[in-house]
Design a protein around this ligand. Structure first.
Ligand code: HEC
Ligand code: HEC
Ligand code: HEC
Ligand code: HEC
Ligand code: HEC
Ligand code: HEC
Ligand code: HEC
Ligand code: HEC
Ligand code: HEC
Ligand code: HEC
Length: 456
């Protein structure tokens, strides 16, 4: 533990060039997990100033996610006296029982640092009383595509039954459609309305193209002028109040437009971007992530691109089709990402882009990793946390796959590692029995019920 106290805790603004950077990583006792290494330099988000882990450190960042996942084993479940004695076997109220850190030798996927056979400690009865479960290996409950510890939204028995008889390919195959910007918008702008300084718009051919791009796309249609992104009001002192009321506010112009400017109008996108791998460094004031810092394979020539809004939304068209595939492939270069363009999903995307098929019927990278969601008011928005449904991957079933595929087919495909590596280029080659077991159990129950009725 030596060093923990001496370490620079509580630092506020932080840059990778800070003199302490090297010493801090050398104080790490081991390699940090896949989920956290991008933020490992900020020891203080997890550790106390003394030693040990800050209370609530984990929940500060993960509480919402576990709540949305309808966590099957929340700490509160074990306050119930009937369940409380299980804690003597395993302290399920403490995240660190199962998720330690910097211990690569013991770390399984999803940051699990507990041998995978522990479900047995509390669920022995299930294994013993259900004939179907008697031959299952103790470590298979949460590793074989059947159950998860936290998120069972697509795997619980009634859900399996409800969707038991679906076809692999549903009769209508399409996802949500984004709410279009109202065409009759009265504040709609065109080229002549642009309010940027004159020399920004005419000096070069590029400037003219910028103006065209803006004028022909969504921001102009939605009434967002150049100043909406490029200018802020100059703060005036109170003595200028009189002056201010009868003149336009003075604008300060800047050519660089960063995440904060976009976030003024797109708060939901900014907030969700901060929660995932892409934005997790910016979220805690570390410099933006670049492919050079990745563990996953990336294109070498993209090494120094910064991950902010502009990484996918190149100005001034802010073309969402470009953002959905081409932008991703500027950086990502792993087997799965490279395989995508050989799949039938990609073919469906090409058709949608060409206008041959309906909007929402194509499958892009974003369809799976940044799905469109509907809020309580019926507005469709785009999830910008590309980790929200990534692991365990059954999170993708309800939000994504089931727009087009049956439940059993989706479970099988997502349990098939080879299929994932090939980006789903072929039908799944594994079969998970969950749906079959749920059906068999239901039929067995029905039969017993009928027998009882007959006997009466
Ligand atoms: C994402 C959260 C997180 C971050 C960031 C983090 N750690 Fe940790 N660290 C942990 C957890 C969790 C443990 C395990 C604690 C346990 O087992 O009780 C741990 C354990 C340790 C231990 C061993 C403690 C022991 O009792 O064995 C050291 C030393 C340590 N961290 C140093 C650092 C340093 C130095 C940094 C910054 C460069 C850092 N950590 C950043 C979460 C984090
Ligand atoms: C500053 C915010 C922050 C803190 C503090 C933090 N995490 Fe995380 N954690 C993240 C982000 C961001 C990710 C990556 C995105 C994701 O997987 O959701 C992540 C990923 C994870 C993962 C998934 C890893 C994977 O491979 O899919 C687990 C498990 C996890 N964290 C558990 C914990 C635990 C336990 C603690 C407390 C010791 C903790 N986190 C503290 C932000 C945080
Ligand atoms: C008894 C073991 C155990 C405890 C305690 C535990 N987890 Fe997990 N956690 C897991 C397992 C196993 C996974 C892998 C996915 C699964 O099976 O749900 C996981 C996955 C995760 C993930 C990845 C996303 C997801 O939805 O699965 C996060 C985040 C996470 N845990 C956070 C936490 C936090 C925060 C706590 C403390 C409140 C905690 N875990 C307590 C076993 C545990
Ligand atoms: C510390 C004890 C404990 C451990 C360890 C544990 N569970 Fe549980 N689990 C419970 C309790 C308590 C319930 C609630 C039982 C009930 O309500 O009837 C439960 C419920 C469940 C349910 C049913 C949820 C529902 O309501 O539909 C599933 C599925 C489940 N656990 C799977 C697992 C898996 C998989 C593991 C290992 C990754 C695991 N459990 C580890 C205590 C535990
Ligand atoms: C929706 C936000 C947005 C709007 C509206 C917008 N821009 Fe931009 N503009 C950007 C972004 C993002 C950049 C790139 C900034 C960077 O790379 O730091 C940029 C860059 C520029 C640059 C600098 C190019 C360079 O290579 O340095 C000029 C000039 C420019 N915009 C002109 C305009 C003009 C003229 C308008 C109105 C017709 C306009 N912009 C409207 C977001 C916007
Ligand atoms: C002054 C407010 C404002 C600012 C600043 C702003 N936007 Fe927008 N943006 C809008 C409005 C309004 C729409 C249309 C409604 C919608 O799609 O949400 C829009 C639409 C979009 C779209 C969808 C485009 C389409 O074709 O469907 C993207 C992508 C986008 N903005 C990205 C950005 C980025 C990136 C930035 C920062 C460089 C930014 N916006 C800055 C107001 C703004
Ligand atoms: C990893 C790439 C990526 C990054 C980074 C990114 N976006 Fe997006 N964004 C997309 C994709 C892809 C879509 C369109 C998906 C679709 O059409 O279903 C989109 C759509 C949007 C939309 C229109 C849809 C909606 O949600 O209303 C807005 C606005 C937007 N992004 C703003 C932002 C802002 C602001 C940031 C920075 C905080 C940002 N984006 C960062 C990929 C990205
Ligand atoms: C500017 C480069 C860049 C762009 C553009 C980009 N990414 Fe990423 N992406 C990264 C980096 C860097 C990471 C972190 C990888 C690591 O830490 O190993 C990442 C992480 C991810 C992860 C999480 C991986 C994990 O294991 O947790 C997913 C999923 C992902 N990106 C998908 C996409 C999709 C889909 C798009 C397009 C909509 C996209 N990315 C656009 C650079 C980029
Ligand atoms: C049909 C849905 C689907 C499509 C389309 C798709 N992916 Fe994935 N992607 C997944 C699944 C499922 C995983 C595996 C999650 C897991 O279990 O770890 C994954 C994993 C990833 C990872 C993490 C790899 C790792 O080893 O951690 C990245 C990065 C990624 N995808 C990027 C992309 C990019 C870029 C595209 C488009 C070129 C794309 N994906 C297209 C479903 C999809
Ligand atoms: C918007 C609709 C849509 C979504 C969402 C979707 N798919 Fe597909 N999927 C298709 C279409 C269309 C085909 C091609 C059917 C054909 O070849 O006739 C397909 C084919 C497949 C195939 C078989 C490939 C082959 O060539 O045999 C697999 C496996 C697959 N999808 C898995 C998934 C998984 C897993 C998800 C969720 C992560 C998913 N799909 C999400 C539309 C979708």
């Amino acid at each position: 533990m030596l060093g923990i106290n001496v370490m620079v805790f509580g630092f506020v603004a932080y840059s990778a060039m800070a003199p302490g950077a090297l010493t801090k990583t050398t104080l790490l006792p081991g390699i940090t997990s896949h989920g956290h290494y991008q933020i490992e330099m900020r020891c203080d988000v997890c550790h106390t100033e003394g030693s040990g882990i800050r209370q609530d450190a984990c929940l500060d960042c993960h509480a919402d996610e576990l709540r949305l996942a309808k966590d099957t084993h929340p700490a509160s479940k074990f306050n119930d006296p009937t369940n409380a004695d299980l804690l003597s076997v395993l302290d399920a109220q403490n995240c660190l029982t199962c998720h330690r850190e910097h211990v690569q030798e013991q770390t399984l996927p999803m940051g699990l640092t507990m041998p995978a056979d522990y479900c047995f400690h509390c669920h022995q009865e299930t294994l013993e009383t259900r004939p179907s479960h008697q031959d299952f290996a103790f470590d298979s409950c949460a590793t074989a595509g059947c159950h998860n510890y936290h998120d069972n939204r697509a795997l619980y028995e009634n859900f399996l039954l409800k969707h038991a008889d679906e076809e692999d390919f549903l009769s209508t195959m399409a996802g949500l459609i984004r709410t279009p910007v109202v065409e009759s918008n009265t504040t709609q702008l065109n080229g002549g309305d642009a309010d940027a300084p004159e020399d920004w718009m005419s000096a070069t051919a590029e400037d003219v193209a910028t103006l065209d791009d803006w004028a022909s796309t969504t921001h102009a249609a939605a009434g967002v002028n150049c100043s909406g992104c490029h200018a802020s009001e100059v703060e005036s002192n109170s003595s200028d109040v009189a002056l201010k009321t009868d003149s336009e506010p003075e604008l300060q112009w800047t050519r660089s437009v960063g995440l904060d400017a976009c976030g003024k109008c797109h708060e939901q996108q900014r907030a969700t971007f901060f929660e995932g791998h892409h934005g997790m460094r910016l979220a805690i004031d570390l410099p933006a992530m670049t492919p050079a810092q990745a563990r996953l394979p990336m294109h070498v020539d993209a090494a120094h691109r910064q991950l902010d809004c502009n990484a996918c939304h190149a100005g001034h068209r802010f073309d969402t089709q470009y953002a959905s595939v081409d932008a991703c492939l500027v950086c990502h270069n792993d087997e799965h990402s490279r395989a995508y363009q050989q799949t039938s999903h990609y073919e469906s995307w090409v058709k949608e882009v060409a206008g041959e098929t309906a909007s929402g019927s194509g499958v892009s990278c974003a369809t799976c990793h940044m799905p469109r969601l509907e809020d309580d008011d019926g507005n469709v928005w785009v999830q910008h946390n590309q980790n929200a449904n990534l692991r365990p991957n059954e999170k993708m079933i309800r939000e994504v796959c089931m727009n087009c595929h049956g439940l059993a087919f989706s479970i099988d495909a997502l349990a098939d590692r080879d299929a994932i590596n090939q980006c789903f280029a072929a039908s799944p080659s594994v079969h998970i029995e969950s749906v079959d077991l749920a059906k068999a159990r239901f039929e067995e129950k029905q039969r017993k019920k009928e027998q009882r009725l007959k006997q009466k």
